[in-house]
Write a protein that binds this ligand. Sequence first.
Ligand SMILES: [Mn+2]
Length: 398
Amino acid sequence: MQCRQIGGAMKFIHTSDWHLGRKLHNQELLDYQREFCKWLLATAQEQQAAAVVVAGDIYDRALPPVEAVQILDETVAAFAKSDVELILTPGNHDSAVRLSYGGKVMADSGVHLRTDVPGITQPVVLSDEYGDVGFYGIPYLLPDAVMAELEADRSHEAVLAAAAERIRADAGERGLERIVVMAHAFIKGGSAKAEESESERDISVGGIADASAAVFDGFNYTALGHLHGPQTVSLAESDTVVAYSGSPLAFSFSERNHTKSVALVKINGTGTVSVERLPIPVGRGMRQEKGNLEELLAQAADDPGDTRAWLKVILTDNVRPESPMERLRGVWHNTIALDFQPAGAVGETQLAPLGRLERQNPTLVTKDFMEFHTGAEPDQVRSELIDGVVTASGEEAK
Ligand SMILES: [Mn+2]
């Protein structure tokens, strides 16, 4: 338990899903991640925020690379020296135990780790001129691992509801009326569909994957981690604000249109919450181009566009061109991902030719596959090549 008095109403920053150590299509992001952490503390100080809360997926892996550990170490040290409290909880990518290392010592310096079930009912209490605000950290709860301890059923909804119930009881005992809860989970609201990205790891293993936002009813603000796009989850007929901050950087091209941000949250004396999303000025742009290789190369020669942005190219050529990555990088140096979607490829409803597989004729099967993949029958050169290979393999065409 920690008490600190600040002037005015309570202000804090909510972020999550740092994924320190993660790469983007084999490109290191460490420099950008370090830059983000520095920007975060500077921004918190500039905004006179009392705290920064990080709702899970601090690291990308249970055993993070050494550079990722160094970045967190530098960040924790910088926050410890500052007036800004830092509260961290593990996500499904973190090892809660490894993340908890040194936590008991760091608490004295204003760095608070909430990594286990007993920690759920140990709020960090910060005060503004209207009184206390309790910050409760729920670590990622794998149902199989915690259902017994929480006396709950085997689902995310059940373990989160049990954790929330303990928080309500604890806050009641402590007389805390303004409550912030951190959680790492797939939370669904009343109406709007949650927006997922390609870089989130499925957490459905170990029970039902998602839980309803209603489990957080009554708290003033719930700071969520897990989904990488910033979004607010609707909770009907309630003043409770439940929101995802989103990740600070894009980890997949599906996120190229996100405005990555942190949430600056204000809670006034009566508990009313307002949220402002502060865009993060770190990282590179991302773009995607789709088309025929020759046409794309001609287009790039004409106007290369934003050459600093990471680029993903989707080639629509029916026959795979030779060395496409090399040639693309000749004009667009930052091409880091390549995909093929042949324009002539047939859809799944047109798979009838594959029924011929039953005849088990290797030549025909191979030619059908080529036709399926490229949208055209193999030309004479390829046809002869297939015949030759099949014959040589001893499987005479029937
Ligand atoms: Mn994540």
